[in-house]
Design a protein around this ligand. Structure first.
Ligand code: BGC
Length: 763
């Protein structure tokens, strides 16, 4: 879908956060507060009363999880677990803890107890704890990592037997309040506490990075307040998620039969699904109460503007997120009952304070893609009828605006051509819960070959010459030998501290090694400070960042990350992870943002603006439909073109158009039978031609794909390395042209020239 470059200047609300004077870990702590979601708080059990006597249960208080594993890990100088955070509060005289429990868990940890396997609490220890404490806090942790998926079993999505037992023991012990802390990277079961009258409060604190324990302790004690909202739907059980039947059907393919009905688009639309939700998308409580009123909506110049007043009616300060959903007429294409159109977090509002919020979005954002050519072939269509708007603080808790936007006759807002069409997907879900067959519609291939540069120059040119006079680019490219083009078309070994390598590095052509490093929760890099400690900051995981619903805050995260990249000699940050939370079990969901593409795209675009303001490239990854880890190099994602465009590409499109991303990483998986990195339709037709992307396209690391086919498709560089052999063969047998290689290298060089690592060499 096309996104207008709508400048909502009057809608911009100055978001106040006292960020600049903070160190990065202190700032990460603030991000954590904003991304923590309060799921339950009966009788205002939280925040704890001053002087509360707390019994802290669960091995996770020591074995605390700062983030997930794999390339998304961050090497840090220290990690604050929950016990540490709570002991700091005890030192400050805010609470007291039960020393016998601390000793017990420390000993258990020393003896090898880790998350999932709770050490057994004796009746005597429980009696002592109850005697000394009025509040019990149980903390539960879950870890997952790249390369494998989670399971819908006990000890992963569900509680383990020992955790279940611990919960039963505690809820039977007669504490005045029982509070749950969830230190998880993805969706987990919520059924066990939702309606349990013996459990008073639940905090979804995610994996909060190196300051995780402090973040939770701040919130529990009221030194900070939670203002996060769910970026996913939390359902009553795993098996009611629409993708659950197909997620593990085969290691070699995934049928995306639920189509566009992912997350709340499914639960709010499909008959009978609504009652299967425990906590809806966008939901999150606060320590205070907000009221939303004076809702008005209007259309101006093909954009919808919504205004609302938010008032803090409670007695504590807090922040609220105002969310706008639209509902399009069902028409011939069928539509989700609700779709997120815009959102805005308030500034911090004191008790009694109010704020007027204005938000806007283009009418075209409400169109749907006609992939089966029912109305206007291969077009985004606004079907005739009334478009309705709902404003509130979750997908369900909304008020309908009086204004409705009327479309008199069906209108094609963007006419495109068929790309990435499915070959093996047989059926897909419709809004009424039935399925329709997927017809075979071919992709418009249209390879276009440009001419190789013939421009001659007598002077031996370097990239510095091109930087000073951009019109020399064709001459420069023409001068590069085939071998130089091959070298630039593949990654390079490190000459810095990261372990992901670099690109470029032709010293005689003044091309430095542009070093990459992983993300997205921070920089994965081995560089030490003078004390021999790693110096990267581990921020809250991607999902927690999305749960802030605060792009201005995330832009500041980006600036901080950009500065760390500069300090560590990194030119390209391999973040953000933008794959959609199609299913709760994807092992990398902690890196990714949401089930919703708009929230995903806005968060990524904000991060992108922040990082790139420091002349460091961002990398939108993994492009696209890498929503599962098992056999990710071989798995074919079979998806309708509509779902690809409306759900799986939309976030990337926002990242490109609103975030101005300088680079993008293709994924390991196949999309409708074709490797994404070899996919001309995806990379050249959609990304480059439809969206106007002029940054660089890189592969994911050590993928299975064929380098010459990738180069032809427009995947500019193979990471982290490759030989010249395949490219040479391609040139020899005509399956690749020199013009294609020059085109790819030009994109890379243009990206290098914006980079601080290159600009440093100019000074
Ligand atoms: C991951 C990427 C990562 C790359 C480099 C791959 O395994 O999928 O997200 O950036 O490794 O570490």
């Amino acid at each position: 879908m096309k996104i207008n470059n709508l400048v909502l200047t009057f809608a911009m609300v100055a978001v106040v956060f006292a960020a600049t004077a903070q160190t990065n870990p202190e700032f990460a702590r603030q991000v954590g507060h904003e991304g923590t979601v309060l799921l339950k708080n009966r009788d205002n059990a939280l925040p704890l009363a001053k002087g509360a006597k707390v019994a802290l249960f669960g091995i996770n208080q020591i074995d605390y999880i700062k983030g997930g594993g794999g390339s998304g890990d961050v090497y840090v100088a220290y990690e604050r677990n929950l016990l540490y955070g709570m002991q700091e509060k005890e030192k400050a005289g805010k609470i007291s803890l039960v020393p016998e429990l601390i000793t017990f868990y420390r000993d258990a940890f020393k003896q090898g107890s880790r998350c999932i396997n709770e050490p057994k609490i004796s009746a005597e220890l429980m009696r002592q704890a109850r005697q000394k404490a009025n509040v019990a806090i149980i903390t539960i942790g879950r870890y997952s990592l790249e390369g494998s998926d989670r399971s819908a079993e006990k000890a992963d999505y569900y509680l383990s037997d020992s955790e279940q037992k611990l919960v039963e023991q505690i809820t039977a012990a007669g504490f005045e309040e029982v509070i749950i802390n969830l230190n998880v990277g993805g969706m987990v079961d919520t059924q066990w506490f939702k309606d349990n009258s013996k459990i008073n409060a639940t905090l979804l604190s995610w994996q909060g990075g190196m300051e995780a324990g402090n973040i939770v302790a701040d919130i529990l004690t009221g030194d900070a307040y939670p203002s996060g909202k769910l970026s996913d739907t939390f359902a009553k059980s795993y098996d009611v998620y629409p993708a659950s039947a197909s997620f593990k059907e085969s290691p070699y393919f995934v049928n995306y039969q639920e189509d566009i009905y992912v997350g709340y688009r499914y639960f709010e639309t499909i008959p009978g699904a609504a009652e299967k939700v425990n906590y809806e998308f966008g939901f999150g409580l606060s320590y205070t109460d907000f009221a939303i009123s004076n809702i008005s909506a209007k259309e101006v110049n093909d954009s919808i503007f919504i205004q609302a007043t938010v008032k803090n009616n409670g007695s504590r300060k807090g922040k609220e997120v105002i969310q706008v959903y639209f509902s399009a007429p069902q028409g011939k294409l069928g539509k989700p009952a609700r779709e997120l159109a815009a959102f805005q977090k308030t500034r911090e509002l004191s008790a009694g304070e109010e704020q007027i919020i204005t938000m806007g979005f283009p009418v075209a954002d409400m169109s749907s893609y006609d992939d089966f050519d029912k109305i206007f072939p291969a077009s985004f269509v606004l079907e005739k009828g009334n478009y309705k708007f709902y404003v509130g603080n979750s997908v369900r808790n909304t008020i309908k605006a009086k204004f409705e936007y009327k479309v008199k006759t069906d209108r094609a807002v963007f006419q495109l051509s068929h790309q990435v069409t499915p070959k093996d997907l047989k059926k897909r879900l419709l809004a009424n819960g039935s399925y329709e067959n997927v017809p075979s519609i071919p992709t418009a291939e249209n390879f276009e070959l440009s001419q190789a540069q013939k421009a001659q120059s007598d002077k031996f040119l370097t990239l510095k010459d091109v930087y000073r006079n951009r019109s020399l680019m064709p001459y420069f490219l023409a001068q590069l030998s085939d071998e130089e083009l091959f070298i630039l078309s593949r990654g390079r070994a490190n000459n810095a501290y990261s372990n992901t390598g670099g690109m470029g590095y032709l010293p005689h052509r003044d091309i430095p090694n542009i070093i990459t490093a992983d993300g997205p929760a921070g920089l994965r890099i081995g560089r030490m400070n003078y004390k021999g400690e790693p110096i990267a900051t581990a921020f809250p995981c991607g999902t927690q960042q999305a749960c802030t619903w605060n792009p201005a805050l995330i832009e500041e995260v980006g600036k901080r990350e950009g500065e760390e990249c500069i300090a560590m000699g990194v030119g390209i940050w391999l973040a953000p992870g933008m794959n959609i939370h199609r299913d709760p079990l994807c092992g990398r969901n902690f890196e990714y943002y949401s089930e919703d593409p708009l929230l995903t795209g806005k968060t990524a675009a904000a991060l992108s603006r922040g990082v790139q303001s420091k002349k460091v490239a961002i990398t939108l990854k993994h492009f696209c439909c890498n929503n599962k880890e098992e056999k990710r190099n071989e798995s074919d994602s079979r998806v309708s073109e509509r779902a690809v465009r409306e759900i799986y590409l939309r976030g990337f499109e926002i990242g490109v158009k609103e975030g101005g991303a300088w680079s993008i990483m293709t994924s390991y998986n196949l999309l409708n039978g074709i490797e994404t990195s070899e996919n001309y339709s995806l990379i050249t037709n959609i990304l480059r031609k439809e969206w106007g992307f002029n940054g660089a396209v890189m592969t994911d690391w050590n993928n299975n794909s064929h380098h010459a086919r990738e180069a032809r498709a427009g995947n500019d560089i193979k990471m982290p390395s490759s030989s010249s052999k395949t490219l040479k063969e391609g040139l020899n047998d005509g399956s690749l042209t020199r013009a294609e290689l020059e085109r790819n290298v030009e994109y890379l060089l243009n990206m290098f020239m914006k980079n601080h690592l290159f600009e440093n060499t100019i000074k």
